[in-house]
Structure formats: structure tokens, C-alpha cells
Design a protein around this ligand. Structure first.
Ligand code: EPU
Length: 336
């Protein structure tokens, strides 16, 4: 079914809870409805509004907003080692994690409690605690608007990288993702190497799927604000990837600085949260916007903030980090 709305206030459709009006918004339940939807409502400017967890609206929206609502999870293949499932773009990511953990399937348990929908997961290549969506995604199904046809793109053609994919570049504004296909393993494969994960899992009695999910949920709840209480979009900034020499220069001054090897040769990933924290901005507030008190990578709407206020505040954070460390951090969140 297709549902069409006009002049709809969208503060409950974006996790930052900024109050903006969308001139036109359509929800659809099934991929097959997209040709009809575009024929009827399509316009030159359109944008997929999924869960609204990674977007900051800074003005009212003239573009047509399109929201996928397919919540189906269907097993497409299975053998004694793995299960493949086709997941509708409208499935809550965490419902998918719960589904896999209940069935004893390994692969995405570390991605527990990441807010957002399955259809948005490949765009950002969401990641946490040493795992990324790309580790489980085998293909992405989409409607290609120019061609008015459906395309399935194998994962190796999705250009996945750290918070990166073709959907943010060459395919941006050209496709509507309708489903993903994931592969999960029946064989245990605990990945506990990140931060406090191993300790929290041991405290719960060892590396079962349920314990890992519970540990990750508890770590996230302790650091990340609940969007129902404090509007936010998770990490506002990406962790910067810098040349090795830059990291070495900083490490000489700050030996305790967290740093990780980046996928690219000769580069190092730094922790933007640490940089913001050390620049003295953790918990800093101005007007209706603040840096979260327990995780400096997250900006929060303290109540009634506009998108413009959030952006102006974010620019100050970027400036402070630049002043202190000479490093340019950039938003992970889409600004619209
Ligand atoms: N740190 C501080 N102060 C802070 C925040 C972090 O010193 O205020 C330090 C931590 O002590 C740690 C390091 O910075 O040594 C990294 O912090 P953390 O483990 O919390 O992870 P992160 O790099 O800040 C990334 C993801 C998160 C994900 C976590 C866990 C990005 C942009 N963010 O954060 O993803 O949950 O790792 O894997 O890559 C998201 O994308 O919305 C998100 C929450």
C-alpha cells in the first residue's frame, strides 16, 4: 500500500526531533509499488527518509520524502553452516538482530541496538564493536529510478568502507533501497576484541549470543543517549582517518590517544570522541544544543533546537578540535 501525506510535521520522524515540515511524504509497503509511486508522485527532487536516525533537517523540506515500510524477514537459503535472509528495508535494525539471536544465528549481534532501519544499514555501512554491516550483507536490492527497473547489487560492488558505500556517492539520489540480503552463521563466532566487550560478556557467564547482545546493549545504554529522551543522531562525526605521520606527531604529545589501523595502507583512524573530549567540549552546552556528557561524539537536542542551531554548534566543535589538534573532523550525519 502507498500512503501519501502533505504538509506533515516530521519531528517524530527524525531522531534529532527537529521540528520541520515536509511538503510531501509517501510511505510504501512493497518494492513493486515504486514504479507506480514515482509515476504518480515523483518529482525531480526526492529523498529517502528511512528511520531518520542519521539525518539533520535544517529547513522545511520541498523534496518528496519516500519512506520504505516493508518489515518482512524471509529465509532465502539455508545449509548446515549458514542461513541467508532477505530483509525488507523497513525492518528495524535491532529487530533483525533480535531475530538472528533468537534463532542462534551469528554475525550481527555486535550491532545490537543501533538505531535505524535495515534499508539504511548499507548506506552508512553501520558499524560498532569491531563489526560492520558489510560483514553480513551479501547483496542489496533497489529500485533504479532513472531506468524504472529493479537492480540487485552484490556486496562486492557496493563500495563498502568505513561508514561508506556507493549509496553515498555514485548511486546517491538515484536508487531506493528496498531490501538487503544477509548471511548469518550457525557456528559460533564471537568477536569480543573491542573495548569493554570481553569483560561485560565474561561478567554475564561467557560468549553466548544472548550474553553478547545483552552486554552490547548495556554498554550502549550506558554511553549513548536515548533518542526518546534526548534527540540525537548517534555519532555526529566520523572518526577521522589521518596519515601515519600526523598520528605519530600527536602521539608524541598525547601518548594515551586512542588510535586504530585504518583499512587504507599508511593511515590511522583516530577517535573523534576523544579529540572532542580532550578539546574540553564534552558536556559543553549552548542554548538548546550540547555535546553529550558520556560520549563526546554525540550532539544532543536539549529541547526545541532547530537544525540550524545544531549545525552552528557542530561548527564550533569542529573549530575547537582543529585549534587544539590541527585535525578536521567531519559530520557522519547527513545534513539536509
Ligand atoms: N572517548 C573519549 N571520550 C569520549 C568518547 C570517546 O575519550 O567522550 C575515547 C574512548 O575512551 C575510546 C575511544 O575514544 O578510547 C573510542 O570511543 P568509543 O569506543 O566509545 O567509540 P567511538 O569511536 O567514539 C564508534 C562508532 C560508534 C560505535 C562505537 C563502538 C563512529 C563514528 N562511531 O564510536 O557508532 O557505537 O565506535 O564501536 O565510528 C554511530 O555511528 O552512531 C555510533 C554510535
Amino acid at each position: 500500500m502507498i500512503r501519501y501525506y502533505e504538509n506533515i510535521e516530521i519531528s517524530d520522524r527524525n531522531s534529532f526531533h527537529v521540528r520541520q515540515v515536509a511538503k510531501r511524504l509517501v510511505e510504501f509497503d512493497h518494492a513493486e509499488e515504486l514504479p507506480e509511486l514515482f509515476a504518480k508522485y515523483g518529482s525531480e527532487e526526492w529523498y529517502v527518509l528511512s528511520g531518520g536516525n542519521n539525518i539533520l533537517f535544517t529547513k522545511d523540506i520541498e523534496a518528496l520524502l519516500i519512506t520504505p515500510c516493508d518489515k518482512s524477514i524471509v529465509v532465502t537459503a539455508e545449509n548446515d553452516k549458514v542461513v541467508r535472509a532477505k530483509v525488507g528495508a523497513g525492518v528495524e535494525w535491532d529487530d533483525l538482530v533480535a531475530w538472528s539471536v533468537e534463532r542462534g544465528l551469528w554475525g550481527i549481534e555486535n550491532l545490537s541496538l543501533i538505531p535505524g532501519k535495515a534499508g539504511a544499514a548499507p548506506v552508512q555501512n553501520i558499524g560498532a564493536y569491531g563489526v560492520e554491516a558489510k560483514d553480513a550483507i551479501r547483496s542489496v536490492e533497489m529500485y533504479f529510478v532513472e531506468g524504472n527497473n529493479f537492480v540487485t547489487l552484490a556486496a562486492e560492488h557496493c563500495g563498502f568502507g568505513y561508514r561508506e558505500s556507493v549509496f553515498k556517492h555514485t548511486l546517491k539520489g538515484r536508487v531506493v533501497i528496498t531490501a538487503i540480503e544477509i548471511e548469518l552463521s550457525k557456528e559460533p563466532n564471537p568477536r569480543l576484541g573491542y573495548g569493554d566487550v570481553v569483560r561485560e560478556v565474561e561478567a554475564r557467564g561467557g560468549a553466548t549470543l544472548a550474553n553478547i547482545r545483552d552486554a552490547i546493549c548495556s554498554i550502549r545504554r550506558s554511553k549513548l543517549p536515548d533518542t526518546a529522551v534526548l534527540g540525537n543522531a548517534g555519532s555526529f562525526f566520523k572518526n577521522p582517518i589521518v596519515e601515519r605521520e600526523v598520528a605519530e606527531r600527536l602521539l608524541a604529545e598525547f601518548p594515551e590517544m586512542p588510535h586504530y589501523p585504518a583499512a587504507e595502507e599508511g593511515k590511522v583512524k583516530l577517535a573523534a570522541g576523544w579529540l572532542i573530549d580532550k578539546a574540553g567540549m564534552k558536556g559543553y552546552k549552548e542554548g538548546n544544543v550540547g555535546v553529550h556528557e558520556r560520549q563526546a561524539l554525540v550532539l544532543v537536542n536539549l529541547g526545541g533546537a532547530t537544525g540550524g542551531e545544531v549545525i552552528a554548534f557542530a561548527e564550533k566543535v569542529v573549530e575547537k578540535v582543529h585549534e587544539r589538534f590541527g585535525i578536521e573532523i567531519s559530520p557522519e550525519v547527513n545534513v539536509m
